[in-house]
Design a protein around this ligand. Structure first.
Ligand code: G3P
Ligand code: CA
Length: 286
């Protein structure tokens, strides 16, 4: 784990290059040297957690309708990478990188690697990759549609994390050494996550900045504020207040050099980016 400067969190994997939330995008982020992997989770109709950002399937796959109306078997029949996979160079990079790495179940042939770029990723499969990784990285998991299911997403999420031994008995002294960080835009979901897994640090995400939180204090035991970079552009003093209140700052989604400079100057503790290699190079870590 990198200890100086901000942590580089691969947003939906290395998702500028490869289809977001696919195994390939996460493998790529690991080979690029990201400190953390960001992932959104949703429930299928039959109660499985899958790594999909959108409520509906149209943008990210060749399917139609809501993710929550489909079973996991249904989702397995869809292509989650075809809209993006037109990148022969990056597929070659990926094949070379995968051959050099040590997997419990090695991906050795090109078809399987290409398949990894297209299949829906279950949260448990991501956890396998994460646990097997020879590099220590953190997982930043965000629950989506937290209100619709009345807490079921958070329960399933914490149950999976516990099954993989990823919920420590006690909170680690530093956020950076926690294996997992949980996140939501919903204060209620953050509260549920903190009740279910008090040892995991929690991020309250912001798309705007409600007056209630402008002084930098956070509810329900969240210790990390997660504004979008656009929120900080309009309220840069929020960063100071967060730090003055003893909290940390996680900023998303930072892909351009001027935004990287801006959030580094504000002392961001974690930066989520679709382009981990670019941010690492900007930080002069590669
Ligand atoms: O990492 C937080 C960020 O992902 C929140 O926005 O819409 O990309 O999930 P969104
Ligand atoms: Ca997210």
């Amino acid at each position: 784990m990198h200890s100086d400067g901000p942590l580089v969190v691969a947003h939906r994997g290395s998702s500028f290059l490869l289809a977001e939330h696919t195994l390939a995008a996460y493998e790529k982020a690991l080979t690029e040297g990201a400190d953390g992997l960001e992932c959104d989770v949703r429930l299928t109709r039959d109660g499985h957690l899958v790594c999909v950002h959108d409520r509906r399937l149209e943008r990210v796959s060749n399917g139609r309708g809501a993710v929550s109306d489909r079973s996991l078997d249904d989702l397995h029949s869809l292509d989650f990478g075809g809209w993006k996979v037109d990148l022969p160079e990056s597929a070659d990079d990926l094949i070379a990188a995968a051959r050099d790495r040590d997997y419990r179940q090695p991906i050795v042939d090109d078809d399987k690697i290409r398949d990894a770029q297209r299949r829906v990723l279950t949260f448990d499969r991501l956890l396998e990759l994460f646990v097997d990784s020879s590099r220590r990285v953190q997982l930043y998991v965000e629950t989506k549609h937290p209100t619709r299911w009345g807490g079921l997403v958070e329960q399933r999420l914490v149950a999976s994390l516990r099954r993989f031994g990823l919920v420590p008995d006690r909170a680690t002294p530093e956020v950076a050494s926690s294996p997992v960080v949980v996140m939501s835009f919903s204060p209620m979901a953050v509260r549920r996550l903190r009740e279910l897994a008090p040892s995991l640090p929690a991020v309250l995400l912001f798309d705007g900045l409600p007056r209630l939180y402008r002084e930098g204090t956070l509810p329900f035991g969240a210790t990390i504020a997660g504004p979008g970079v656009h929120v900080l552009r309009s309220r840069p003093r929020f960063a100071e207040r967060i730090h003055a209140a003893g909290n940390q700052l996680y900023v998303w989604t930072v892909d351009e050099p001027e935004d990287m400079e801006f959030v580094m100057d504000l002392g961001a503790n974690m930066i989520a980016t679709n382009r981990p290699a670019r941010l690492l190079s900007h930080l002069e870590r590669v």
